[in-house]
Write a protein that binds this ligand. Structure first.
Ligand code: SF4
Length: 334
């Protein structure tokens, strides 16, 4: 068992993120261990719904993989710079990634080593660290302390009352909307970094005037730095999940007020600083979330033909399949 854990690849990407630019992902919980089972989840149904925090992986092994990746990336970047090819590294921005994002195949705060991991990352790189969390464990003081070591924390809130919370997020029985909002408020009061709250809208479930009013009330109490609105543009756990159209999402944004933005489709800056085995990286990316061809090309800095070559290879081998959503074809690994 130990050997299997040690062989796991904890890093994926960089992937294009509509919220973070080029995001180098660190996946620190097994697939799909989560406190929620959201109907819109891109990863499919939650297989282990829990609120018990565990030391899922050895933090030092995760850090060793990151260290190796950064050294390789820097060497590659230097080589490109010498040939005056790489144009991505400007000012103080890293050409490797804009953020190291702790997220992945479930809820990352379930990993009891989260704080130690962020401390370790900060010792080896100055790339800012983001934590993508559903926020449900922030009611726990030790989870707040761990998340507070990051530069950006991105929790979620999709409902303003218990009934809608149950419908949209299908939480573990030990979690309530009251606890979620209480944890978000407590964290805001203690955290001096950036807190970007995501609200995911599902047409017909949390989009009527009453729901929006309740979400607005919660946002006013939580006081995040930004509120980012999202909807089901990718294939989801439940096939019947309906996206909110762009115009309506914009109207909701105006209703919710000044800190709100609709998270636009990712438009990327192409970067040739690709690292690692490309085919493996494509598969690794598709195991984490469904991606369009554009997502793959922009995230990995490869051309369409090359990406299609790998996808076709994996499709023939039964490892990857495609699914259409909103007129866009998404690829996903089995
Ligand atoms: S919190 Fe995230 S990982 Fe967990 S079920 Fe919801 S969308 Fe999926």
């Amino acid at each position: 068992m130990k050997k299997v854990a040690e062989e796991k690849k904890y890093l994926y990407g960089p992937v294009p993120s509509r919220r973070l630019g080029r995001s180098l992902g660190v996946d620190i919980v097994p697939f799909k261990v989560c406190t929620l089972d959201c109907i819109y989840c891109q990863l499919g149904r939650t297989t282990e719904k829990t609120i018990e925090r565990k030391d899922y992986f050895d933090v030092e092994v995760v850090l060793a993989e990151l260290r190796e990746r950064l050294v390789l990336s820097e060497a590659k970047e230097l080589a490109y710079r010498k040939k005056e090819i790489l144009r991505c590294a400007q000012n103080d921005k890293s050409a490797i990634a804009d953020f190291i994002t702790i997220s992945g195949s479930g809820e990352p705060t379930l990993n009891a080593g989260l704080g130690q991991l962020i401390e370790g990352i900060k010792k080896i790189t100055n790339i800012p660290v983001a934590v993508l969390t559903n926020g449900t464990l922030l009611i726990d003081k030790s989870v707040r302390a761990a998340c507070a070591k990051a530069d950006v924390v991105m929790p979620s809130l999709d409902a303003g009352d218990e009934q809608t919370f149950q419908k949209v997020n299908r939480p573990h029985k030990g979690i309530s909307i009251e606890n979620l909002i209480g944890g978000l408020c407590a964290f805001r009061n203690e955290f001096s970094g950036r807190m970007w709250l995501e609200v995911f809208f599902v047409e017909g479930l949390n989009t009527d005037a009453e729901q929006i009013g309740k979400i607005k009330d919660a946002i006013e109490v939580i006081r995040p730095d930004k509120v980012q609105l999202n909807t089901a543009v990718r294939p989801t756990a439940n096939a019947g999940v309906k996206r909110v159209d762009a115009e309506k999402l914009q109207l909701i944004s105006e209703e919710l007020g000044g800190k709100c933005e609709v998270v636009a489709d990712f438009s990327y800056q192409r970067c040739t600083g690709h690292i690692g085995s490309k085919a493996e990286d494509v598969l690794s990316m598709l195991k984490r979330r469904p991606c369009s061809l554009n997502d793959i090309c922009s995230g990995l800095g490869i051309g369409r033909n090359e990406a299609l070559k790998y996808i076709s290879h994996f499709q023939q081998g039964g490892l990857v399949y495609s699914e259409e959503k909103g007129g866009i074809l998404f690829f996903k690994a089995n």
